[in-house]
Design a protein around this ligand. Structure first.
Ligand code: FPP
Length: 261
């Protein structure tokens, strides 16, 4: 995807000592970058704050990463905001997250419109509280025709539930006679996932140092490169992203084959 070199240089002008935007090859930016935003609670607790403050700070980090991806011309940024297992958290935290999701989308809609960003949701948003759902539906409708970056927010998302749902839809189509069993292949399965139409993530970033996948995009990450940093998500920012991309660009991706070099 295209990017504006002037806006890029302006956004990344002031850089830390260890990294700058010139450390990455703009011709090889991953098309789809995905973030497992972890560590909001620990970030807050380590500062003597309530967990909610961690989520608020996490939203600020996400805003910086969204703008950075737009500036770099990333096609798709996805982010794991709420898993199907997160309903097990205390009610007050779930309620706060649902409120913050809605507030964030309302607050960010002008920016998303200005930057031509299209919003998508991965997961079953029909199960969300009505107010959050209404804001999400509005965000979808208001950005549907945008042709810039896709921001795919995984909310009430679980990788196994997504695959089970796809299997069920395909089985229904087979029993209705709409497709033959012989037509079922990888592409057909992919077309029945929440991510239908999106490229698989080339780079998955996980913050807070945990070495697990947490039921995230199980089908789509088959050949993704992982970048795991100890940084808690609220401390992650545009420079964390640049470090992740520099690491990605230094890797030899073989997809099960042999190196080209
Ligand atoms: C993980 O930290 C983070 C979350 C559960 C929520 C992340 C959500 C956002 C940053 C906002 C997303 C915005 C929209 C509009 C959907 P954690 O609570 O698991 O941290 P811990 O592992 O330290 O407890």
């Amino acid at each position: 995807m295209n990017y504006d070199i002037e806006k890029l240089n302006e956004f990344f002008a002031e850089h830390p000592d260890d990294i700058s935007i010139t450390d990455i090859d703009m011709a090889r930016i991953p098309r789809h970058i995905s973030c497992i935003m972890d560590g909001n609670g620990r970030w807050a607790t380590s500062r003597g704050l309530g967990r909610g403050e961690g989520h608020k700070a996490g939203i600020v980090a996400l805003q910086d990463v969204i703008t950075a991806c737009v500036r770099m011309g990333v096609d798709v940024l996805s982010a794991y905001a709420f898993s199907t297992e997160n309903w097990n958290r205390p009610r007050a935290e779930v309620d706060l997250l649902m409120y913050l999701f809605a507030k964030t989308l309302v607050d960010e809609l002008p920016l998303l419109k200005r930057e031509n960003v299209r919003v998508e949701f991965l997961g079953d948003i029909s199960a969300l509280p009505k107010k959050t759902r209404d804001v999400f539906e509005c965000g979808l409708a208001e950005t549907r025709d945008h042709t810039g970056m896709t921001l795919a927010l995984a909310v009430n998302y679980g990788g196994r539930a997504e695959i089970t749902r796809a299997v069920r839809h395909i089985a229904e189509a087979v029993s209705a006679g709409d497709i033959a069993v012989e037509q079922i292949d990888d592409a057909l399965v992919a077309d029945h996932l929440y991510t239908a139409g999106l490229p698989d993530p080339e780079l998955v970033i996980r913050t807070s140092g945990e070495l697990r996948v947490s039921n995230y995009l199980l089908w789509q990450i088959a050949y993704s490169e992982f970048y795991i940093t100890d940084t808690y998500w609220p401390d992650f920012d545009r420079w964390g992203l640049v470090r992740a991309i520099a690491s990605f660009q230094g890797r030899d991706r073989r997809f099960g084959g042999l190196s080209q070099a």
